[in-house]
Ligand binder design. Structure first.
Ligand code: DON
Length: 304
């Protein structure tokens, strides 16, 4: 099978069909993205790399960073982590507040904003210099010192982050945030502001297709069991209230971001990143989902 040819053909097909949806505007700086950008890059365990379209253009990775902050927190705390955050799909939008009252400040999963805010709090407690240490972790995973935060995006989100302020304070009211909410949120906005291109994303996330081991050095980032569990969470919770649909149509663990990116993992085989800024009604990249559905259908490279 020629994966490169399948990617080329599926890319051309999806590019030619339609480009529905809307760019995220609730973070003012995100609304400046070019709606016509469309990039794809795959990195395989057998060290094949291939990209099409705008795969070298950097964009705001937003919620995809939640997988990286979760990985670092899991590395530090081990299974004690699950005392602070659940592992159940929520069936709600990424920024929902509704379940927190009944669940007494324990977010359903680490990919909801509520869950990622708790993970940020954990990292703030355990890292000496959270902003630098987290970036070091990301850069070392990717062998790429060119990856950085965007102060422009972080500040833009901070100005309008009313729901995140509400979430963080609400969780704090249950005594489940250890640090000052403003510090937790500043760190959360920073990590969501990371900018990468599809090539950097697929290379970086390949450790989750490689049993938690960094691909070049084989250095262990997470244990095999931890890596399996993060993939399981991406499968069940990575697309919020569209996680079932993504599993049904694409059949891979993955994670989206409101910048229009999606990363998907095939354990033991590959990581693939897709970027197209227009989002469907559930806040996931419209063309990104369509591309991955067609790609896994044609290549028969899904986990089911
Ligand atoms: O907190 C927020 O709303 C954003 N920083 C991240 C949201 C996001 O990417 C949701 N994913 N699709």
């Amino acid at each position: 099978m020629n994966i490169e040819r399948i990617i080329q053909e599926v890319y051309q097909k999806i590019k030619g069909v339609d480009n529905k949806g809307k760019i995220a505007t609730y973070i003012p700086e995100l609304s400046k993205a070019d709606p016509n950008k469309f990039g794809v890059h795959i990195s395989t365990i057998s060290q094949m790399n291939f990209g099409v379209g705008n795969y070298k253009d950097k964009f705001s990775i937003q919620s995809m960073a939640k997988v990286l902050s979760l990985s670092l927190a899991y590395r530090i705390l081990g299974d004690k982590l699950w005392e602070r955050v659940g592992v159940e799909p929520s069936g709600t939008a990424f920024n929902s507040l509704v379940q927190l009252e009944a669940d007494k400040g324990i977010p359903r999963n680490p990919f909801l904003n509520a869950g990622a805010i708790v993970i940020s709090d954990i990292l703030l407690t355990h890292l000496e210099n959270p902003k630098n240490d987290f970036l070091d972790f990301v850069q070392s995973l990717s062998y790429n010192s060119g990856i950085s935060y965007s102060n422009r995006i972080a500040q833009s989100e901070k100005k309008v982050g009313y729901r995140n302020v509400a979430l963080c304070n609400f969780i704090k009211s249950f005594d489940r945030i250890e640090n000052e909410p403003t510090d937790v949120l500043d760190f959360y906005y920073d990590l969501c502001s990371l900018e990468m291109n599809c090539k950097e994303l697929s290379e970086l996330f390949l450790f989750l297709a490689n049993n938690g081991n960094e691909i070049h050095s084989n250095k262990s980032i997470l244990s095999e069991s931890q890596s399996k569990r993060i993939n399981a969470l991406m499968q069940t919770c990575g697309f919020y209230d569209e996680s079932g649909e993504f599993t049904f149509k694409v059949g891979l663990p993955g994670k989206s971001g409101v910048g229009g990116g999606i990363i998907a993992i095939h354990p033991d085989k590959y990581a693939i990143a897709v970027w197209s800024p227009k989002l469907n009604k559930k806040g996931n990249s419209y063309r990104g989902m369509k591309f991955l559905e067609e790609f896994t259908t044609r290549s028969e490279l899904s986990i089911f």
